[in-house]
Design a protein around this ligand. Structure first.
Ligand SMILES: Cc1cc2nc3c(=O)[nH]c(=O)nc-3n(C[C@H](O)[C@H](O)[C@H](O)COP(=O)(O)OP(=O)(O)OC[C@H]3O[C@@H](n4cnc5c(N)ncnc54)[C@H](O)[C@@H]3O)c2cc1C
Length: 363
């Protein structure tokens, strides 16, 4: 690709993309534009069954990252391209609020306002009835959420239109990949499984086994996205275009954490991992979400539990201080790229970078 123009390469070349999350799927579509044969391998029964389908669905514009200007800038830069590309998946009829806790916040209300000014992020200071007096300040913000189910449909259609072969329920291994000319590893929490098999350098990560409860709120709550910042707090967001909400909690969402090359999943959580909404989970921290959440958002005491989703969040280790979330496109060998996702909005740009590397390598 030169100056945004895709260079076609020999159509006989075969490229494997491992991982059918948003990063793998977007990369596969971009690589297919080079004219090569592209196959996606996804071990689950459909696209976006792991982290891309189980998260807070926020297309970050930067409001979340007052402690990492780099992540704010990367989110702000990436957001318009993603929002335009996947426009039908954007959930637009939502009012967004960011509140700063008056206690134990890593960023004060004044510092947060200064951050928004410096970042040139729109805000309006407001007073809303759904937060308690534990909140020092609330800002109305402009951001988007996305609907994961609409995004899955769009990606499925685009992959079909781009003639990408989709091999679901297929675990990619070294032997399966041996006939491919180029391999893109977009397997997020499982990156090191393949990297190890291919004798390439592994990367250590911090793995967090997370729970995302889905709730129904009273009608009076409104179509509201509310984030309590900045530290061990919480958020509530509409779940796609449905009338349900997804809860986030920096402390209680996490069932276990480990640093290393592979995630450690307890036998209790393992059967529920990446399996959508589990109506009667065998373990749940939902009561803790509500107990801590209602201190800041009193209407949470009326939340009706629908079920919980479980997945693994993977971040670079030792980033707690800044909370930074870089996206990495790393060429591990002449014919292997590892795509590691920071924020979902950066997937379109990362896909273009990846296609550029493939095009250079196979030209
Ligand atoms: C709780 C939580 C909340 C989050 N909230 C947000 C948010 O609001 N906004 C945001 O931007 N980001 C958020 N993130 C981060 C975001 O979800 C991830 O960065 C992103 O979804 C990762 O996308 P991916 O395509 O790299 O990985 P995934 O979506 O995990 O896809 C990787 C795929 O690879 C497959 N796979 C693995 N190994 C193999 C193999 N050997 N063969 C075949 N298939 C394989 C897996 O089954 C999986 O489907 C959140 C993450 C979590 C966990």
């Amino acid at each position: 690709m030169e100056n945004g123009v895709v260079k076609t390469v020999n159509a006989q070349y075969k490229v494997a993309v491992v991982g059918g999350g948003i990063f793998g799927a977007t990369a596969a579509i971009e690589i297919a534009k080079l004219g090569v044969k592209v196959t996606i391998f996804e071990r689950e029964c459909d696209l976006m069954h792991a982290a891309s389908g189980i998260n807070q669905y926020r297309l970050h514009r930067g409001y979340h990252y007052p402690r990492s200007f780099e992540t704010m800038l990367a989110s702000k830069k990436a957001e318009p391209e993603f929002a335009k590309r996947f426009s039908p998946a954007m959930v637009k009829d939502v009012t967004h609020y960011y509140s700063i806790s008056s206690e134990n916040s890593k960023v004060s209300a004044d510092e947060y306002i200064k951050f928004c000014d410096a970042a040139d992020l729109y805000y309006k200071q407001v007073s809303i009835p759904i937060v308690s007096s534990k909140v020092a300040i609330t800002l109305e913000a402009q951001e988007h959420l996305f609907d994961p189910n609409v995004l899955r449909q769009l990606l499925t259609q685009e992959l079909h239109d781009a003639n990408v072969t989709l091999q679901l329920q297929t675990n990619a291994t070294k032997s399966l990949l041996k006939n491919f000319d180029f391999v893109v590893i977009a397997t997020y929490a499982s990156s090191n499984e393949l990297v190890k098999q291919l004798d390439l350098p592994m990367q250590a990560y911090q793995f967090e086994v997370c729970e995302k409860p889905i709730v129904r709120m009273p009608k009076s709550f409104g179509k509201v996205s509310l984030v309590i910042m900045d530290g061990p707090f919480m958020c509530i967001d509409p779940y796609g275009h449905s009338d349900l909400y997804v809860l986030g909690n920096v402390v209680h969402a996490i069932h276990s954490v480990n640093d290393g090359f592979d995630p450690q999943i307890s036998p209790e959580v393992a059967p529920m991992l990446n399996h959508g909404i589990i109506k009667n989970p065998t373990t749940t921290k939902f009561p803790d979400f509500i107990e801590s959440g209602k201190q800041f958002i009193p209407p949470l005491s009326e939340a009706e539990f629908i079920g919980s989703m479980f997945t693994v969040r993977t971040v670079l280790p030792k980033r707690d201080l800044t909370d930074e979330r870089p996206t990495e496109v790393v060429q591990l060998s002449p014919n292997v790229v590892r795509l590691f996702s920071g924020k979902i909005g950066t997937s379109v740009h990362a896909a273009k970078n990846t296609a550029e590397i493939v095009s250079r390598q196979l030209a």
